[in-house]
Design a protein around this ligand. Structure first.
Ligand SMILES: *Cc1c(COP(=O)(O)O)cnc(C)c1O
Length: 352
């Protein structure tokens, strides 16, 4: 979270703009919260340049719930294509099998980049949609460009799980049918999920879909079918204002390039650290890195986490499923934070 946002929220915690109440105490249908909500929606639409024929929905349950909610709403029980590039798309592929017939269209192979060319994907013509995770948070793999399925002669709408890089780069909405993101990586606190969906894709929901997870129902009720996560929406709104003050998504994208380049450049010249991802697929948001076996491997990584913590550098442990180290350099992380990390890594390496 940007520090500015946290301190503004702290100021307003007990009394929001003279209303005599904090945001958590407001009715979600009252005038005050309606103002907060509408401003947040408008700012998000402006930041991501979401066209008018897309609806923005606030939902709950995070990205993992969307792994079920998407097939419930879009698959019609038919098949759906999945491009598995890492842990998150793998999870989506597995969960979807409860509601539709998932097709494994492609799977990332670190040793052979053939999968990386969308024209090699096995896209089923009868698929109701095609799912990708545009930034794999755990593996550190990011699509630098979204695939143009129509150009490949394939008609199903593209669904993107953009949870961990939303707001760090522009989205070409001509290529997308539905985008979803849990808020807690780049937007705000956990509890809020953003779904951005092309209007013509509404109305395909399976009858068994819970009403609160039905895109059409939620869209018709302006995301107030059930009580939305009001405080998370308020905080997200504050982040959107902060993003606009930074110069919008274009400026944040430039910052993400600068921050990630600084870190990758250091890793690439290091004798002990390495990042295993092909350069063209490296994520600007999540940089997993490891220490070579000859330099101490995982044990040395544990020591790194311990020493980094005492130097004030937090949350650098790799995801438990892959180990190693990971720097998540979301929008709110300033360049100085990455510079401090690189300096620390330089000293750590010099001591070895
Ligand atoms: C974090 C994350 C999720 C899961 O989000 P939850 O809020 O825990 O459900 C899904 N997809 C991606 C890409 C993520 O980074």
């Amino acid at each position: 979270m940007p520090v500015e946002v946290l301190s503004e929220a702290a100021q307003e915690m007990l009394d929001w703009q003279g209303s005599g109440m904090g945001v958590m105490e407001m009715s979600h249908r009252g005038r005050e919260f309606t103002t907060i909500n509408e401003q947040a929606l408008q700012d998000l639409r402006e930041l991501l340049q979401v066209p008018e024929h897309f609806k923005i929905l606030w939902m709950q349950g995070g990205g993992i719930a969307q792994n079920a909610i998407v097939p419930l709403n879009l698959s019609c029980g038919d098949s759906a294509n999945f491009v598995v590039t890492g842990s998150w798309s793998q999870k989506s592929y597995q969960e979807a099998a409860k509601y539709c017939r998932p097709v494994l269209s492609a799977q990332r192979n670190p040793d052979d980049l053939e999968w990386a060319n969308p024209s090699t994907w096995h896209l089923s013509d009868t698929a109701a949609y095609t799912h990708i995770c545009s930034n794999e948070t755990i593996d550190g793999v990011e699509f630098q460009e979204l695939p143009d399925l129509l150009a490949l002669g394939h008609e199903s709408p593209l669904v993107i799980d953009c949870s961990s890089h939303i707001g760090s780069r522009s989205i070409n909405w001509n290529l997308v049918g539905c985008a979803f993101a849990g808020a807690q990586k780049n937007i705000g606190p956990a509890g809020l999920t953003v779904v951005i969906i092309r209007e013509d894709l509404l109305g395909r929901t399976l009858a068994t879909c819970p009403s609160a997870f039905n895109y059409s129902t939620v869209a018709k009720a302006n995301s107030m079918f059930n009580t939305p996560p009001t405080y998370s929406i308020y905080m997200a709104g504050k982040v959107f204002e902060w993003m606009k003050r930074q110069g919008g998504v274009a400026a944040l994208e430039q910052a993400a390039i600068a921050k990630s380049q600084l870190l990758y450049n250091f890793i690439d010249q290091s004798e002990i650290f390495y990042n295993p991802i092909d350069v063209a697929w490296r994520s600007r948001m999540n940089v997993p890195f490891f220490i070579h076996e000859r330099a101490g491997g995982q044990e040395r990584c544990n020591e790194f986490v311990y020493l980094a913590k005492s130097a004030g550098l937090l949350q650098l442990k790799g995801h438990s499923s892959v180990g190693g180290l990971r720097a998540s350099i979301y929008n709110a992380m300033p360049l100085e934070g990455v510079q401090a990390l690189v300096e620390f890594m330089r000293h750590f390496e010099a001591r070895s």
